[in-house]
Design a binder for this molecule. Structure first.
Ligand SMILES: [Zn+2]
Ligand SMILES: [Zn+2]
Length: 315
């Protein structure tokens, strides 16, 4: 059943991250000691072996399945459910979604959701952890979590609704397990070639596709609305990124209705993740998904237009 109320957002909390450009980046030595960096680098390196192992159509197909399933786990699970609570589900399926999301190797769900909520609160202001306008493209794409140790800690105060689940706390400590299991399965299915295609290559593409939402989606595309928290927020709608991320590219819509399960608001704004949520709802796995009503969308459009003459721009 759909809910149209969009007021049940997470609590408003004011805070400041204090760092200067000087202490923003790790030194080369520190990078080599960072397990996240070493893992990220090694998976990229092994993915390049795709040019040297024997090609099989089954590898390509399984790599695509591995990509799509994990992208849906990130978009529907990590993002729309855990970060924004845009629908409801039972505790067992919640844990399943968290495990599946972990297999995308983007750290634990509590870390992900806490920093994502932080991003919404400060989008494209000086306090935003990954604004391309304050740190540049590469900083917003991967620098903020890869080259800095300022964002390693979970922002516990931003996820009071999630820390009550003991199984999520356990999974956070062991977030590398689902990814390791997937890597093993891919090796058992196809040897080294299977490992390269199904795990490494699909993970690398999945990473960069997800990161484009923080980088490119705040730079290129069109806007329908002024964003919910900040007029300075430059989130854009981008059809190419929406296809690549199975629906996350409607980022201007999302920053405007962040509690909504549906991000593609026009009929032509394809949102595979929302269709997936609807299917899960028909199967009885989730309910009470939130979507804005036509009146809410029109009212927000009018308000945005009257506040700014610069909307509906491209680029
Ligand atoms: Zn954003
Ligand atoms: Zn979001």
């Amino acid at each position: 059943m759909a809910r149209t109320g969009l007021n049940e957002e997470f609590p408003k909390i004011e805070e400041k991250l204090n760092y200067t450009d000087k202490d923003k980046y790790l030194t080369f030595r520190e990078l080599l000691r960072s397990s996240s960096f070493v893992f990220f680098f090694v998976v990229h390196l092994i993915a390049l072996a795709v040019f040297f192992v024997r090609f099989r159509w089954s590898f390509l197909l399984l790599a695509l399945v591995s990509y799509c399933v994990r992208m849906l786990a990130i978009t529907a699970g990590y993002h729309r459910y855990f970060s924004h609570r845009s629908f409801r589900t039972g505790r067992l399926f919640q844990f399943f979604l968290a495990c599946l999301g972990c297999s995308a190797c983007q750290k634990g769900v509590l870390w992900w959701a806490s920093w994502h909520r932080h991003h919404h609160r400060y989008a494209d202001t000086e306090q935003d952890v990954h604004s391309p306008y304050y740190g540049g493209f590469w900083w917003s794409h991967l620098g903020w979590f890869l080259f800095s140790d300022k964002h390693v800690a979970i922002q516990w105060h931003l996820i009071p609704d999630l820390v009550v689940y003991k199984e999520l706390l356990w999974l956070e400590e062991h977030h590398y397990l689902p990814g390791t299991i997937l890597a093993l399965i891919s090796y058992l299915m196809g040897g080294f070639g299977g490992f390269v295609w199904i795990f490494c290559l699909s993970t690398v593409i999945l990473w960069h596709a997800t990161f484009t939402v923080n980088s490119l989606c705040h730079l290129y595309g069109y806007q329908n609305f002024l964003c919910e928290y900040h007029e300075s927020c430059n989130a854009k709608n981008n059809i190419l990124l929406a296809i690549l991320t199975l629906g996350e590219g409607w980022h201007n819509n999302h920053h405007s209705f962040m509690g909504s399960s549906r991000q593609g608001l026009e009929w032509w704004e394809i949102d595979f993740c929302y269709y997936f949520i609807r299917i899960m709802s028909i199967l009885g796995l989730v309910d009470s998904f939130r979507v804005p009503s036509c009146e809410q969308i029109e009212a927000r459009k009018l308000r945005s237009k009257s506040t700014s003459g610069t909307l509906y721009t491209v680029g």
